[in-house]
Design a protein around this ligand. Structure first.
Ligand code: NAP
Length: 346
């Protein structure tokens, strides 16, 4: 078989002046590379056909200069981006994989690739085979794990308490809303469009509002004080949440997307309330809790998603050609739900 085009999404340039990762500038679709599926040397690895890729907010943090420290390594300029995904093994020289296996792990943004680090891939175990592969990078994957691990580890939730969740229609926030309702809490949820607010209500939020058209402080003053704040956005919203906490409230810092795109660090001005209200603040990093909770997660969550007890939504982009736009949409909040790139059908 003659070599075929292997489309890839390349990290081309570190964003500098502009705030957002610009398609065609920061990320570039490249169709100049080819691959010979039958003869490409594997050197003990596997050849993977990429099926679905997750687009997550944290990818923006990897588009940085290598010398800047963070909790996740930077992308390499000139090489494909990579993230959680599902693929199918085309050929294998590794006894842990065989042709036809579906694999989960860290995949290149490429139609086909040979992983340099095979330990970042595993044969996917789908406890609920009726759930599409895409769900295993969303509600039943890393974002869902973030919600589950963080809720279990830090919420210390009691029935009747009040929780406030930001970015509540996304894969992380929406699972937090549903876990909180399952535990008998009153849920206040905020999101950036009326459609997202509608979804928050459908999944059980008692109070849901569009933070772009309704003042968060007013809602929390009326519906609070809050016992738990699940923070996905940081900045002024975190400050407003702190101002509306009950005694001994728990704050879970999961993300700070209001400052991922070059914004000045927002200095929280009311930190004294941490003392006044005896607050606990925890930084949540999903990977740190994976070994402890992953088995429980896969036993519990896929089943609830498959039965419809827990709901999830997806926003699908087809083809790596549009991958740069998909990444930008998530940073700008233009994604309508969990953003997935479907690279190829199974
Ligand atoms: N700590 C960890 O281990 C970990 C793991 C996974 C995810 N996270 C974090 O969890 C958060 C949610 O992730 P996700 O995957 O569920 O995201 P997502 O909902 O799929 O997408 C990001 C959403 O953030 C909101 N947003 C964008 N810009 C914003 C801004 N300037 N201010 C406020 N909101 C903004 C938008 O929703 P609206 O339209 O509602 O504004 C956007 O749709 C992110 O902060 C992410 O970094 C953390």
């Amino acid at each position: 078989m003659a070599p075929i085009t292997n489309g890839r999404l390349i990290f081309k340039e570190i964003p500098t002046g502009e705030r957002y990762p610009i398609p065609g500038k920061t990320t570039v679709y490249d169709a100049t590379s080819t691959i010979d599926l039958e003869n490409e040397p594997l050197d003990g690895s596997v050849l993977v056909k990429t099926l679905v890729l997750s687009v997550d907010p944290y990818l923006r943090g990897k588009m940085r200069a290598p010398e800047r420290q963070s909790y996740t390594p930077p992308f390499f300029v000139g090489e494909p981006l990579y993230n959680f995904g599902v693929g199918k093994v085309v050929r294998s020289e590794n006894s842990a994989f065989k042709a036809g296996d579906h694999v989960y792990g860290v995949l290149d943004f490429a139609e086909y690739f040979i992983p340099k680090d095979i330990t970042k891939l595993e044969v996917i175990v789908r406890p609920e085979p009726t759930l599409p592969y895409s769900v295993y990078v969303g509600a039943a994957g890393m974002p869902g794990q973030t919600s589950y691990y963080g809720w279990k580890e830090y919420a210390k939730a009691k029935a009747g308490e009040v929780v406030f969740v930001t970015t509540a229609a996304g894969p992380v926030g929406s699972l937090v809303v549903q876990l909180a309702k399952q535990d008998g809490l009153k849920v206040i949820a905020s999101a950036g469009t009326d459609e997202k607010v509608k979804f928050c209500k459908e999944i059980g939020a008692d109070v849901a509002f569009n933070y772009k058209t309704t003042n968060t402080a007013d809602v929390l003053a009326k519906e609070g004080p809050i016992d738990i704040y699940w923070d996905n956005v940081g900045g002024p919203t975190l400050e407003t949440a702190i101002a509306n906490t009950a005694l001994q409230a728990r704050i879970i810092i999961c993300g700070y997307i209001s400052q991922y795109n070059g914004e000045e660090d927002y200095g929280i001005k009311n930190i004294k309330n941490v003392l006044f209200n005896q607050l606990s603040i925890n930084g949540l990093y999903v990977t740190a809790h994976h070994e402890r909770y992953k088995d429980e997660f896969y036993q519990v969550i896929p089943k609830k998603l498959a039965s419809g007890e827990f709901k999830y939504t997806e926003d699908i982009t087809r083809g790596l050609e549009s991958g740069g736009e998909a990444i930008l949409e998530v940073q700008k909040g233009l994604n309508t739900a969990k953003k997935i790139i479907v690279v190829a059908d199974d």
